[in-house]
Design a protein around this ligand. Structure first.
Ligand SMILES: Cc1cc2nc3c(=O)[nH]c(=O)nc-3n(C[C@H](O)[C@H](O)[C@H](O)COP(=O)(O)OP(=O)(O)OC[C@H]3O[C@@H](n4cnc5c(N)ncnc54)[C@H](O)[C@@H]3O)c2cc1C
Ligand code: FES
Length: 294
């Protein structure tokens, strides 16, 4: 069984973020906010984890949003409407716990991490919560889904590192303002590891501001996605080991040893660079062949 691409669009103005809608009736039936899928594009492809950014049970579709960072995400960006993906495995990981909280729930979405915030914000809003969303990116071109997040948020705050849209600066500044303004029940941060680390340092009560329970979505390297390979393991500050695929991907951010995770995040950098170079050479050779034969 293969999985057809029904829709594809570029998000923002960066040229590196894409949204794809896939025909996956069985997975869509069982999908919840917080779940992810493992995708293998073709028989020589690696398995890459991508969060379910939206789903439609009636149409039997899943939406994924991804940023091109290496070979597999580049190959995925080269697929078009009507093309078939070889494997889509899921839904994997834990769905988030939906309930009505006493005080507002704050989402902090950084870059492509804005997309996985959407289904969680939508389901928590439907449960009657007040949702405040902080969306951050390096620049305006990398922002997307402001309307979609706006539709499920009571308040939305935009920030960019270079000030090209919204407030100039990082997401932790408006988060500090919200912590000073009033009580919050929960913070959910999804984005680069470094952003999630600083969000947890802002909400852990060590800076004179109130401590607020904070979930982060761990984007560790994953292989099987079912707790067997150990690739996604993450150390906790009390010396225990968790597995992002089966214990998460959303976990209590205050127990994660981010320094260790950040050290391990680039351990395959050389191989990833090589793999991308080879793919780029292959693309160039194919383009030349096509031009020669037309
Ligand atoms: C649960 C989960 C959900 C994710 N959801 C999204 C999403 O919705 N959108 C999105 O753009 N990205 C998401 N990611 C990250 C995405 O899986 C990686 O960007 C992708 O695997 C990179 O593959 P690549 O070949 O293009 O790049 P590579 O050249 O392989 O690597 C580039 C970077 O991606 C990281 N990476 C490589 N392989 C993996 C892997 N198997 N798992 C995790 N990170 C990896 C590396 O640390 C490196 O920094 C998610 C990761 C996890 C664990
Ligand atoms: S991906 Fe293998 S144990 Fe989590």
């Amino acid at each position: 069984m293969t999985y057809k691409i029904l829709e594809k669009r570029e998000l923002g103005e960066s040229g590196i973020v894409f949204e794809i809608v896939l025909e996956t009736p069985l997975i869509a039936k069982k999908a919840y906010a917080g779940n992810f899928v493992l995708i293998r594009i073709n028989e020589t492809g690696e398995r890459i984890p991508l969060t379910i950014a939206d789903y439609d049970r009636e149409k039997g579709t899943l939406t994924i949003v991804f940023q091109v960072v290496g070979k597999s995400t580049k190959l995925l960006s080269h697929q078009n409407v009507g093309d078939e993906i070889l494997d889509v495995v899921g839904p994997l990981g834990n769905k988030i716990h939906i309930k009505k909280y006493e005080y507002p729930v704050v989402f902090v979405g950084g870059g492509v991490g804005i997309a996985p915030c959407y289904p969680q914000a939508k389901e928590l809003k439907e449960a009657g919560n007040t949702i405040i969303s902080i969306l951050g990116a390096r620049n305006k071109g990398l922002l997307f889904w402001k309307d979609k997040m706006g539709a499920v948020s009571d308040e939305i705050i935009i920030c960019t590192d270079d000030g090209s849209e919204g407030k100039k600066g990082v997401v932790t500044e408006p988060l500090k303002d919200l912590l000073k303004r009033g009580k919050l029940s929960l913070v959910i941060a999804i984005g680069p590891l470094i952003m999630m680390k600083f969000v947890t340092l802002t909400t852990n009560g060590s800076n004179g501001l109130p401590k607020v329970k904070t979930f982060v979505s761990l984007n560790t390297i994953m292989i099987d996605g079912t707790g067997m390979c150990g690739g996604c393991r993450f150390p906790t500050i009390d010396g225990k080991i968790g597995f992002a695929c089966v214990d998460g991907p959303d976990v209590d951010g205050h127990i994660v040893d981010f320094n260790n995770l950040l050290k391990r995040a680039n351990r395959f950098e050389k191989q990833e660079k090589k793999s991308l170079e080879l793919y780029d050479q292959e693309c160039k050779a194919l383009k030349k062949f096509d031009e020669g034969s037309s």
